[in-house]
Design a protein around this ligand. Structure first.
Ligand code: CP
Ligand code: NVA
Length: 326
């Protein structure tokens, strides 16, 4: 019964198969319906995996994974996910490939996409990812840039769905206006839920990304509030989330940031202002008693490890969806 449902889903998605490759560089490029299709697929495949039903939808395919920054979850989830889908993943650190020695992005893109079926890239500038995608014959997935972390948001929303928190969602993001915050802006404004962001002065989101989100929000009906007051943001929220104050590449700013973010820790006192059944999410890695208290991180409202596992399931849905849309 379940297998049949999944086949129907896959068939339905084929109707919209475009003539050119779809990349997954930012949620900005995705419609609400498409985001939900990816998540539905991910959840269906998760059920198959949990029931030990083989699901080799990407049999014989190769995913190239280029990492210019460190990773635990992204590497393991894409590599394990591709294997479970019947394919193979290549881990390519920029220390080991010629990209790190100055081979042009456009040459690397043309070479890798002539041999592999999909590419995942974790890098600094969003423009590098865009340049790679422009020269790639196969789908390119953003595995985190300085601007966005869209696969993490698929995962976070999947976790919200599984806990019924996608209904009447009021998400409070407390902390740095970074790649995670920008991705929350895109997700909320596309899907139409309420998002409140509280950052310290001087650490606000990129105004161009906020402007885009406000434009999408006008269409979707999302309510987006941006403040410098964490207490105001978290009041009655059904989902509370944060991220590190020191993202990869910002290590030298650590001491200053710790000073500037004083008062932005998500601790029990702050959580008490949220809805009594609010959940806590964090993309991880988390720094205990820095952006979040140990008690909240390890407490009953925290879903951080379910969220981490969902990286695997959401991204399997994404890879199968991208394969169907080439
Ligand atoms: N959340 C996340 O992307 O984790 P990694 O940096 O370990 O991949
Ligand atoms: N904002 C963090 C997310 C890590 C998954 C970073 O970019 O380092």
């Amino acid at each position: 019964m379940f297998e049949t449902q999944l086949k129907v889903l896959l068939l339905a998605f084929k109707i919209d198969v475009g003539k050119h490759v779809r990349h997954f560089l930012t949620l900005k490029d995705y419609a609400k319906e498409e985001i939900l299709e990816i998540l539905e697929l991910g959840l269906a495949i998760k059920k198959e995996q949990k029931s030990k039903i083989p699901h080799p939808y990407l049999m014989g395919q190769t995913l190239a994974m280029i990492f210019e920054k460190s990773s635990t979850r992204t590497r393991v989830s894409f590599e394990a996910g591709m294997y479970q889908l019947g394919g193979h993943a290549l881990f390519l650190s920029n220390r080991d490939i010629h990209l790190g020695r100055g081979e042009p992005v456009k040459d690397t893109a043309r070479v890798i996409s002539s041999m592999c079926d999909m590419v995942m890239i974790r890098t600094y500038a969003q423009s590098m990812l865009e340049e790679f995608a422009a020269h790639s014959k196969v789908p390119v997935i953003n595995g985190l840039t300085d601007s966005y972390h869209p696969v993490q948001l698929l995962t976070d929303y999947m976790t919200m769905m599984e806990h019924g928190k996608d209904q009447n969602a009021v998400v409070a993001y407390i902390g740095d206006g970074n790649n995670m915050t920008h991705s929350w802006l895109m997700l909320a404004s596309k899907l139409g839920f309420e998002l409140r962001i509280a950052t310290p002065v001087g650490y606000e989101c990129d105004p161009a990304i906020v402007a885009d989100a406000m434009e999408f929000a006008r269409i979707s009906g999302a309510k987006i509030t941006i403040t410098n007051d964490p207490k105001e943001a978290v009041q009655g929220a059904t989902v509370v989330t944060t991220d590190t104050w020191i993202s990869m590449g910002q290590e030298e700013e650590k001491a200053q940031r710790i000073l500037d973010f004083k008062g932005y820790i998500v601790d029990e006192a702050l959580m008490k202002r949220a809805d009594s059944e609010a959940i806590f999410l964090h993309c991880l890695p988390a720094y205990r008693d820095v952006e979040v208290s140990e008690t909240v991180l390890e407490g009953g409202q925290s879903l951080i490890f379910e969220e981490a596992e969902n990286r695997l399931h959401a991204q399997k849905g994404l890879m199968v969806w991208l394969d169907k849309h080439r």
